[in-house]
Structures are given as structure tokens and as C-alpha cells.
Write a protein that binds this ligand. Structure first.
Ligand SMILES: Cc1cc2nc3c(=O)[nH]c(=O)nc-3n(C[C@H](O)[C@H](O)[C@H](O)COP(=O)(O)OP(=O)(O)OC[C@H]3O[C@@H](n4cnc5c(N)ncnc54)[C@H](O)[C@@H]3O)c2cc1C
Length: 361
């Protein structure tokens, strides 16, 4: 096999680079952001995600940066418990910590930051890709891991329709040792009785907590300036009278690193490959946050694709097998994600009492 160009150093691109590195397959990874621009949120990872990660990273380093969640507790907004569920080795870690750990497995001369790659069509069946608008890159395989709004994908599949998901999120990570101690290893989630509004809080480490809110965009509106003050005001307006735990968290939080996530999904998935371009992670299949399966799916894509590449079969056969192996599971997560979204929009008394907060295949 010749050289692979990996486009995008999120979890999918970085995990792909780690697997290729382990299997001594030639590659270079291009990422448009700077190495220190690690904005984002936290990831909830099911047990399977941890298992895949343990093949490529020092798992103790990951454990030191996050925490296991033991129990999911579902409350109404005044703080009465609606249901409780034990969680089996579900782990939570900040996106920045996971990205940093994954990046350690990629030698410095095999990753270029501040490097935006574009696709300018195909010649003799091969993708013509350029770096920063001019420099031509030579690659036998292009691995597109450029995220849910993948430019490479949209250049190839020009008829695709991306649609806004009715749910958006505010996510924040704050230092608060006392609260981290108080919530222990529980995943607390509070729901508005009319549906379409939740507040979740979990412990990342002994001093850090992650909180987030999910809101129905047809009912709740946030000022599009997205400044820390606007986000704070949105949180106070909508959660200020909830259970005192929540009001104290939102009043006591700094909003400098709070982030608003606009969520999109593909109306219909495209093929996972086209000629010598193959898609992994969100670029192949954006999954809505309710599933908590985006990272694990990205890891499984990288793992599956690498294994197939090492077999040395013709590229089209390799890519076809990759799609055949990965697509059925993705279809399940998409369906589960839509069901979880529908539940979220329902009034609390119409929601099933015993559902887990994530999608399982
Ligand atoms: C609010 C929210 C909460 C979520 N919660 C969870 C969760 O709890 N658990 C979970 O498993 N998943 C969760 N997800 C999903 C998860 O974030 C994604 O599935 C996962 O991060 C996908 O990683 P990726 O590498 O495919 O894409 P991304 O993380 O989007 O990475 C794409 C990378 O490509 C780079 N890039 C883009 N275009 C170019 C270009 N032209 N040239 C070079 N570089 C480029 C970008 O800068 C970026 O670094 C959540 C998502 C959201 C929005």
C-alpha cells in the first residue's frame, strides 16, 4: 500500500494515525487548527470505547484524566428522583484530554497543524488534494476525517442534505472540588416537565466537573453572539429557578470556555468511500450527541479500516468491506439517536422511565 493522507485530527483522524503507526503503514495527518486549540466538550464513552482506546494509548493516562460513572440518576427539575440505573463501565473525559493523549502517539513529523486540505476533483481516479489552497499533495489514499460538516464529503456528494437537529447544547467544564466530591461518580440529569430541556452534570476528576444543557431549538432561543455573557444569561433565564444544585452551578460558573453546539445530521448517509477517498468518524456518519457513540464509532472505523488495509487487497474491495462491516451498526445508532431525541422532546410524564442515557447496538 502507498501513502495515506489523513485529513482532520479529531478523534477519528488521530486514532487512524495511531493504528497506521502501529501497523507501519505510511501516512501524514493534516489538521487545520493549531495544536493548542482544543475547544470542546466532554465525551461519555461506553466500555467498548475504552477497550478500543486501550489498544493505542496508555490507558492509565486516560484514567487519570477522567472518571467512571457508576449510576445514572434521572430527576425532574425540582430535584425529585424519577429513576436510577447502574452504568457498566461508562467513562467520561474532556475532549481536550483525549485529543492530547491520542496526539502523543503520532510522531511530530507526521502531523501538520494550521494545514487546511481541499479536494479539487479527480484525475485518473485519484483525488487531487491541495494544502492551503495551493500546494498539491500526493497521496494514494485520502482518509477524510474532517468532521460532521466535512468539506471533502460535500465536494464529492453535492446533493447531500444536512439538516439542523431540533436539539442544541451548551457545554461547560469548570473547576469545583466541593461539587465534584458531592456528586461522586453519579451522572445526574434533570428534566423539565414539558420536555425539550435538560441539565446534566458529571464529575471529570476530583476537581473538575462538566455540565451541559440540552434544549429544543423551537422553544428556547439563545442570542447568536455566543459571548460568555449571552450564554450565562441564557442559562440563568432557563435554569435559574431549578433545583438549588443547578442554580448554584450556573451562577457560580465561569462562561469563558462555555460552548454552544449546533447539532446537524445528514438526512441520508452517503457511501463511506468514493474512488480513493474513504470517510471515517463524523465525516462518514454524523451521530447526534444523545447516542454517546460518536467517539466509539470513530475508533471502530479506524480499527476496522486499518485491519482491512493490512490485508493488501485492491482498494475498492477494501473500502467496500469497510462499509459493509461498519454501516449496519451506524444505522442502529442513528435510529436510536432519533428515538432518544423524540423522547427528549416529550413531556416528562410521557417519557419511558427506564431508558439509558446512551445508545447501545
Ligand atoms: C455537543 C456534543 C456532545 C457530544 N457528546 C459525545 C459523547 O458524550 N460521546 C461521544 O462518543 N460522542 C459525543 N459527541 C460526538 C463526538 O464529538 C464526535 O462523534 C467525534 O468527536 C467525532 O470525531 P471526528 O474526529 O470524526 O470529528 P471532529 O472531532 O469534528 O474532527 C474533525 C477535525 O477535522 C479538522 N478539519 C476539518 N476540515 C478540515 C480540512 N479541510 N483540513 C484539515 N483539517 C480539517 C477539524 O479542525 C477537526 O479537528 C458529541 C458531539 C456534540 C456536538
Amino acid at each position: 500500500m502507498g501513502k495515506a493522507a489523513i485529513i482532520g485530527a479529531g478523534v477519528s483522524g488521530l486514532s487512524m494515525a495511531n493504528y497506521l503507526e502501529k501497523n507501519k503503514i505510511d501516512y501524514h495527518l493534516y489538521e487545520r487548527r493549531t495544536p493548542n486549540d482544543l475547544k470542546g466538550h466532554g465525551f461519555i464513552l461506553p466500555k467498548e470505547g475504552i477497550e478500543f482506546l486501550s489498544e493505542i494509548i496508555d490507558i492509565d493516562e486516560l484514567y487519570a484524566k477522567g472518571s467512571f460513572l457508576k449510576k445514572y440518576i434521572h430527576y425532574n427539575r425540582s430535584g425529585e428522583i424519577i429513576s436510577e440505573k447502574d452504568l457498566d463501565n461508562v467513562f467520561v473525559v474532556s475532549r481536550s484530554a483525549l485529543i492530547e493523549i491520542l496526539a502523543k502517539g503520532v510522531p511530530a513529523d507526521k502531523i501538520s497543524y494550521n494545514s487546511t486540505v481541499a479536494l479539487n476533483g479527480f484525475e485518473d481516479g485519484k483525488a487531487q488534494i491541495t494544502l492551503d489552497g495551493s500546494q498539491k499533495l500526493d497521496a494514494d489514499i485520502v482518509i477524510a476525517s474532517d468532521g460532521s460538516r466535512s468539506r471533502l464529503r460535500r465536494t464529492i456528494f453535492q446533493d447531500e442534505t444536512m439538516k439542523a437537529v431540533l436539539e442544541n447544547e451548551v457545554v461547560n467544564i469548570i473547576e469545583n472540588e466541593a461539587l465534584a466530591g458531592e456528586i461522586e461518580s453519579n451522572f445526574l440529569k434533570f428534566h423539565h416537565e414539558n420536555g425539550g430541556l435538560t441539565f446534566g452534570v458529571l464529575k471529570l476528576s476530583s476537581s473538575k466537573i462538566l455540565w451541559y444543557c440540552q434544549f429544543d431549538i423551537t422553544k428556547y432561543f439563545i442570542n447568536e453572539d455566543y459571548t460568555p455573557d449571552c450564554i450565562r444569561q441564557f442559562m440563568l433565564d432557563n435554569f435559574g429557578t431549578w433545583n438549588p444544585l443547578i442554580s448554584s452551578i450556573i451562577e457560580g460558573s465561569s462562561y469563558e470556555n462555555a460552548h454552544i453546539w449546533r447539532v446537524y445530521e445528514l438526512e441520508k448517509l452517503n457511501p463511506f468511500y468514493h474512488r480513493n477517498v474513504v470517510f471515517i468518524g463524523d465525516a462518514a456518519h454524523p451521530l447526534i450527541p444523545f447516542t454517546s457513540q460518536g467517539v466509539t464509532s470513530a475508533l471502530k472505523d479506524s480499527f476496522t479500516l486499518t485491519n482491512l488495509l493490512t490485508e493488501g487487497k485492491p482498494l475498492q474491495e477494501t473500502f467496500q468491506k469497510y462499509e459493509e462491516e461498519r454501516r449496519p451498526e451506524i444505522d442502529i445508532h442513528i435510529a436510536n439517536g432519533r428515538a432518544l431525541l423524540d423522547q427528549f422532546l416529550l413531556p416528562l410524564d410521557e417519557q419511558p422511565k427506564n431508558t439509558l442515557p446512551i445508545s447501545y447496538k
